[in-house]
Design a protein around this ligand. Structure first.
Ligand code: 13P
Length: 335
């Protein structure tokens, strides 16, 4: 496989394929395992992720790359094969989450900035040796209009950090997934999400230009334009698609090869339907696909529930969601 950044980025958003976000931190995966009554240990985390990466048909046909957590990229399958090798054998690209999480900003209650730049050059060099060819950094922008959240300051701090991360990745031969996530947890309406996401993307591409990041060798991982969960509003896939596409046409340069959405707390089927609605009205100047965590994994986690005898059922559940999202990435999904 080519090592050129633009070729790796193009492969990450290949037709009908998307990215599996399996990079939950140890804290987050524990929360997911608590729901299915599984103790989170290095072995249970390995067993679970191994079953996903061994879902051969789904991985080969629908998954272009897998985002891993530091522990997982170093782990071996039960038979001693490195998990990274399982991913490569399925024709997918290993990737790595490199940020150190969102931290509170002094003086700005409710705002956060994602940390992790210290020592990043050295960590990227090591991840490259282990096999990572792309990375992920997630900035978190919450919305709480009553509290003036997000501030302009948090958008600046987060987009500057994303740009510095992206430049370091490219120096190391690694494609940066640039993820500015405007959360859908609040009570805001869809137009507020539009405005905040717009302000964020404008600043983001400004910062990426300043940092001399080559956009052809990046992938954007954004939220969709959608009302907050506590708003009581329910948007149709067509409305979400129309507003999201309008915003991207305004803000995302055509040099960016692809946009791979996060699911952000949407249900499995909503995440599929919304992506499909966008691709049903193409063509667009960029590929539009998925980089889902929860919307790909909730079903297999439930089916598995930590039991070896459920592995085949969990793999079938994962394969189904991967197939549905693969179809949505081509605008060919039907309810
Ligand atoms: P969700 O699809 O569960 O939002 O996770 C994707 C992700 O990687 C967030 O950083």
């Amino acid at each position: 496989m080519s090592e050129r950044l633009e070729d790796i980025a193009a492969a990450m958003v290949a037709d009908g394929k998307g990215i599996l976000a399996a990079d939950e931190s140890s804290g987050t995966i524990k929360k997911r395992f608590d729901v299915i009554g599984v103790e989170s240990t290095a072995d249970s985390r390995r067993d679970y992720r191994e079953l996903l990466f061994r879902s051969t048909d789904a991985m080969k046909n629908c998954i272009s790359g897998v985002i891993l957590y530091d522990e997982t990229i170093r782990q071996k399958a039960a038979d001693g094969t490195p998990l990274v090798d399982l991913i490569k054998a399925a024709g997918a690209i290993p990737g790595i989450k490199v940020d150190a999480g969102a931290k509170a900003i002094p003086g700005y209650p409710g705002d956060t900035v994602t940390e992790g730049l210290d020592g990043l050059r050295e960590r990227l060099a090591e991840y490259y040796k282990i096999g990572a060819r792309f990375a992920k950094w997630r900035a978190v922008i919450d919305i709480d209009t009553a509290k003036n959240v997000p501030s302009r300051y948090t958008i600046d701090a987060n987009t500057q950090a994303l740009a510095r991360y992206a430049a370091l990745c490219q120096e190391a031969g690694i494609v940066p997934i640039v993820e500015p996530e405007v959360l859908m947890d609040g009570a805001h309406d869809i137009d507020t999400c539009y405005d905040v996401t717009r302000a964020t993307l404008v600043k983001l591409y400004d910062a990426l230009y300043d940092a001399r990041v080559k956009l052809e060798g990046t992938v954007l991982k954004p939220n969709m334009v959608i009302a907050g969960k506590k708003s009581g509003q329910k948007n149709t896939p067509e409305e979400i698609a129309e507003k999201t596409l309008r915003l991207f046409r305004e803000t995302v340069p055509v040099a960016v090869p692809g946009i791979a959405f996060l699911s952000g707390g949407q249900s499995d089927e909503e995440a599929t339907a919304n992506l499909n609605a966008m691709n049903a009205v193409g063509p667009h100047p960029w590929k539009l696909t998925f980089s889902y965590g929860r919307a790909l994994q909730a079903a297999p986690q439930k089916a598995w529930s930590g039991k070896a005898e459920n592995v085949a059922a969990a793999q079938a559940a994962f394969a189904h969601r991967a197939r549905m999202n693969g179809l949505a990435a081509s605008g060919k999904w039907q309810q």
